[in-house]
Design a protein around this ligand. Sequence first.
Ligand code: ADP
Ligand code: MG
Length: 166
Amino acid sequence: MAFQSESLALVPLPGAVRVGRQYTLATLRGWGYRDERFESDVELVVSELLTNSIQALEGTYEPHHTTTLLSKQSLIRITLIKTDETLHVEVWDPAPRMPRIRDRVSADSITGRGLEIVDALAESVGWRAPYDGLPPEGKVVFAILALPDKPPCESGPQGDRFTRVP
Ligand SMILES: Nc1ncnc2c1ncn2[C@@H]1O[C@H](COP(=O)(O)OP(=O)(O)O)[C@@H](O)[C@H]1O
Ligand SMILES: [Mg+2]
């Protein structure tokens, strides 16, 4: 099975969500994927996971204290892993609290359903302990999505938008 993986550390502030989405789209295109439906599903998953991490860390750091914000222990990390059939979106954050799915969400609650949306778009959602290369604290929250049926074009990220002149 062929694996490809890309990873980016992000400052845990709201603007990181947009950066994470742009980074993800650029990575998918670099891998040859140009499926709009798939891209928008992945964008939503990335937004939810990054937003949750940033919210979980809210109040932990002083937003203007750049030395702390930029330390390896504070930066959150998005990792994209492509296998033959799946895309794994993984977000590490140092917050000790674990996510919750479908518990304690009252009928009147207007929060607590983001991960259910991710669950609906993904084949699976979960979290686990940090693996090698990540700081030991916190956790990795992941979503595994099925790649679109059509494999990326053999000619690479540019696809057939350009005509080759012999
Ligand atoms: N990365 C995370 N770190 C800590 N807690 C999390 C994380 N992601 C989710 N959670 C917890 O799980 C709950 C459910 O998340 P979610 O379904 O996205 O709902 P919402 O973000 O609207 O509260 C959150 O309210 C939060 O308490
Ligand atoms: Mg959420």
